[in-house]
Design a protein around this ligand. Structure first.
Ligand code: GLN
Length: 383
């Protein structure tokens, strides 16, 4: 063997420059570290434990009936169940592999190279890389953080619109802030979209998780330009199922489905079938009311516990997250030495722009985990 030749396995190999976006997501990092160090995981937003019986029973009942491809638009029974639930037509719906793939498909469908996509900061970490993968430019519009909580700065939003702006991405209820946009805020956003002919991507995966006023679906205010994203994982406490959906304006739905088919062709058929059965049952049985009651109680438990430790907490109007200010806290140090995983606020901002000490905590965990996390936090913050 020629000793000049470096063995292939030792040569650094480069993927396309897009792989610069391949860094591990903060949610995976924190879940991995929480497992390694035995920490209570209030980082990644997924419920601990099993999904509700109504979903598991539906899965068992359909066994053996839906194991081949569905049409790319989705299993007809699921599209019909969604149409009823969301008050749209089945033709508008594309079933996707989770809301993440729905957002990815919409980025492919709507964002052109060099075009700008406006989104509120703090921003859910998936939106920016997805825009960049489409060659578009994510532009963050700040939400103001005051002792009363988070407020979107809609004057700033207006100033940030340029001739290159193509779309507005609105997450409502908003992750990580928990802000529920008021009807007046949404109407102003819609006015701006109409004035500048922008698409609206409405990520409404937490649509059933609110603690005060119910969020207004953006598609009701601007049906002609709104693409709604939803998630069975969030609604039915089964985030690993990867069943999400897009509701498109009727005349664009076939194109959206056509793009989704090149990514995954269709979402897993047995899971689509179970969700089709579970969705009307969840609606009729009061499951979402119970979910709100139970998550609301856990939110108040965590918020008051954090306040009694001296942290400033922003009470969320929706989602299963709350934010707090813990100046000087090092979240990587804490997961290892304090036994609690949370998400650092810096994950939701461009470098150096996050409010000092901002952290996000997920309260979709059993009360005993929240209490254990509070005990550990008390010790960690005081040593
Ligand atoms: N939506 C979840 C969160 O904000 C995480 C989603 C993910 O990890 N892909 O924690």
């Amino acid at each position: 063997m020629n000793s000049e030749v470096v063995p292939a396995q030792l040569q650094p190999r480069r993927l396309h420059s897009r792989s610069a976006l391949a860094a591990e997501s903060i949610f995976s990092v924190m879940s991995r570290l929480a497992t390694r160090h035995g920490a209570v995981n209030l980082g990644q937003g997924f419920p601990a434990g099993s999904p509700p019986t109504l979903l598991l029973d539906a899965l068992k009942a359909q066994a053996g009936t839906a194991d081949q491809y569905t049409a790319p638009a989705g299993l007809p029974a699921l599209r019909e169940a969604l149409a009823l639930d969301l008050n749209v037509t089945a033709e508008q719906i594309t079933v996707t592999c989770g809301a993440t793939e729905a957002l990815h498909t919409l980025a492919d469908a709507l964002y052109g190279v060099g075009e700008e996509v406006l989104m509120f900061g703090p921003v859910f970490d998936i939106y920016r890389p997805q825009a960049l993968l489409s060659g578009a430019v994510p532009v963050l519009c700040p939400m103001a953080l005051t002792p009363e909580g988070w407020t979107p700065d809609l004057d700033a939003l207006e100033r940030l619109v340029t001739p290159r702006t193509r779309a507005l991405l609105v997450n409502n209820p908003h992750n990580p802030s928990g802000h529920v946009f008021t009807r007046a805020e949404l109407e102003r956003i819609v006015g701006l979209a109409r004035q500048h002919d922008l698409w609206i991507i409405a990520d409404e995966v937490y649509d059933e998780l609110y603690f005060g006023e119910a969020p207004v679906p953006l598609r009701e205010l601007a049906p002609e330009r709104t693409f709604t994203v939803g998630s069975a994982g969030k609604r039915l406490e089964a985030t690993g199922w990867r069943v999400g959906w897009i509701v498109a304006p009727l005349d664009m739905a076939v194109q959206v489905t056509g793009l989704h088919q090149w990514a995954t062709f269709c979402a897993p058929a047995p899971l689509q079938s179970a969700v089709a059965t579970a969705l009307p049952l969840a609606r009729e049985s009061g499951f979402y009311e119970d979910l709100r009651r139970s998550y609301g109680a856990r939110m108040r438990l965590l918020a008051s516990g954090l306040r009694s430790l001296g942290l400033e907490v922003q009470t969320p109007g929706g989602s299963y997250f709350l934010t707090a200010l813990a100046p000087g806290l090092d979240t990587l140090h804490m997961v290892e030495h304090g036994g609690v995983a949370v998400i650092p606020g810096s994950a939701f901002y461009t470098a150096g722009t996050a409010p000092e000490g901002l952290i996000r905590l997920a309260f979709c965990k059993p009360a005993r985990d929240l209490l254990r996390a509070l005990e550990r936090l008390e010790i960690y913050l005081n040593t």
